[in-house]
Design a protein around this ligand. Structure first.
Ligand code: ZN
Length: 507
């Protein structure tokens, strides 16, 4: 069984009182955020500010924005001064990651943050970046070492905002971080630890702690539902534990509002069309879509979202096995669509086909799906952006804006009907994919659209930014958990919930 950690271990507080000598003495580390409008000599007036001002001036001449020193008190409190000039959410998050990395170098347990010369908007942005980065840095991804790391990483336990003029929604920042940490933690688990059975048991435990309804459709039930596309992939597994998890969060409402769907391929060997070693190496992360859907649902539940949220997670491996599916197999999905199999490594769209079809039966107002789906999406936008697609053309501007506002940046791709010519089949309703690789991310989205009713607004996120060497934005680890923050912005920042969003998408 999987033992679950505290997914949001960092405690945060906010006080109106600014930094004093006494509060400095009570902290392991203090960060002074210096804005463009910092008064001349402002830093010098802070406790131990004079040497720090000299260091920061020197750093600035070097082109850096950070300087660190130590107070001459008994605790030898570390003090960092950092200039803040970020103009976008993404640069604020990246700034946050850089500053937090500097502040936790000596493994402090407590960090105080104070502000000097920031206008309200800059202060809000700086706090957003710092909180997100601190929550991410304070959380450890799974490790299985006999002896713990020394010096201990992820030491930070408490962050105190001192004298900010903004009233910060600390609970919302915590929920968002929890969602991201959940997504990263499960994605990082080794594939033999994260079996479909263990993964879903852990999901059930997280759901039960929040009064979220949990239901599991195993292979036998999926057979009755005619989910041949999912079963074509799961057939090659050595064990019979694959299936689709359905979670529902129900705050006194009848109609499902937003439904999140996630690809949960626990290990992708490519199947019969086997991947070469280097492309298979990290394929335990091919379930990140399901983990992002799960993390988003938990974050929405923790913030008490006033609308229904469902999640449908497709959990299986894609294995090389005597009875595994193969090219030219004929498969029938749960909505009756017949599929000509081309390439067994295009398993993500197969398992999503049935999962989308089942999710759509409840007639949600909006479906959002997440999948580490195609290499061609990475070719197109690199691992810094994720690709987005929708069956509503009005979505593109909204999605791009939510990406920019959240700092989890997305880029929309075309969804015109004529792309379907590449998926025309002589023997079935549709080909699984083209034999050419060009635009595979677009063809995958076109394929998936066949399993979402035209009446249902739908957004598809191809998680090309799910993994980025050295981290991305506020995230310090290669696995980014990309998508939770973006979706929360889409549902709670850029719109007033799924109702409003669905209406705008259809405008
Ligand atoms: Zn694959």
């Amino acid at each position: 069984m999987i033992e679950l950690p505290d997914f949001a271990p960092l405690k945060t507080t906010e006080t109106v009182r600014a930094l004093t000598r006494a509060s400095l003495d009570a902290l392991d580390h203090v960060l002074v955020v210096v804005g463009k409008n910092a008064p001349a000599g402002g830093l010098e007036k802070l406790p131990h500010g004079k040497p720090l001002a000299v260091l920061l001036a020197r750093a600035t001449r070097r082109g850096d924005v950070i300087a660190t020193s130590r107070a001459p008190n008994r605790r030898a409190t570390g003090i960092t001064a950092a200039r803040f000039e970020a103009s976008t959410a993404f640069t604020a998050l990246s700034w946050g990651a850089k500053v937090v990395r500097e502040c936790v170098r000596d493994q402090p347990s407590s960090l105080g943050v104070t502000f000097l010369g920031l206008d309200a908007e800059a202060e809000r942005r700086a706090i957003d970046g710092l909180l997100a980065a601190a929550h991410a840095a304070a959380f450890a991804l799974p490790k299985f070492k006999s002896k713990p790391d020394s010096p201990a990483a992820n030491s930070l336990k408490k962050l105190h905002l001192l004298g900010a003029r903004t009233k910060v929604d600390l609970a919302a920042a915590r929920a968002q971080a929890l969602g991201n940490n959940v997504a990263r933690w499960f994605t990082a688990l080794p594939p033999n630890v994260k079996t479909a059975e263990h993964y879903r048991t852990a999901i059930a435990e997280l759901a039960a702690a929040r009064d979220i309804r949990y239901r599991f459709y195993g292979e036998r039930e999926l057979e009755k539902l005619g989910a041949g596309a999912f079963l074509a992939v799961s057939r090659g597994n050595a064990t019979r534990d694959a299936g689709i998890v359905h979670l529902s969060y129900r705050p006194r409402m009848r109609r499902p509002a937003v439904t999140l769907v996630g690809k949960g391929v626990i290990f992708d060997t490519g199947g019969t069309n086997l991947k070469p070693f280097i492309h298979m190496l990290d394929m335990h992360t091919d379930m990140q879509g399901s983990a992002v859907a799960l993390g988003t649902l938990l974050a929405l539940a923790d913030t008490g979202a006033p609308y229904r949220v469902d999640a449908w997670l497709a959990l299986t491996e894609n294995r090389l096995a005597p009875n595994a599916y193969k090219s030219q197999d004929l498969v029938r999905a749960a909505n009756g669509t017949t599929i000509q199999v081309i390439h067994t490594d295009a398993e993500g769209r197969m398992v999503l086909a049935d999962t989308l079809a089942l999710a759509a039966r409840d007639e949600p107002q909006l479906i959002i799906d997440y999948a580490t789906l195609t290499g061609s999406c990475i070719q197109a936008v690199t691992e810094r952006y994720s690709g987005v697609f929708s069956n509503r053309s009005a979505a593109n501007a909204l999605l791009t804006a939510a990406g920019a506002a959240s700092g989890e940046r997305v880029w929309p791709f075309p969804m015109d009907d004529d792309f379907d010519e590449a998926l025309k089949s002589d023997i079935a309703d549709i080909k699984q994919c083209s034999t050419e690789n060009a635009g595979d991310h677009i063809l995958a989205a076109r394929f998936l659209s066949r399993f979402v009713p035209a009446a249902t607004p739908w957004i598809h996120v191809d998680l090309s930014a799910g993994q980025h060497k050295g981290g991305l934005g506020h995230i310090p680890t290669d696995i980014t958990g990309f998508g939770v923050r973006f979706t929360l912005e889409l549902l709670q920042g850029s719109s007033r919930g799924p109702d409003d969003l669905a209406e705008r998408l259809s405008a």
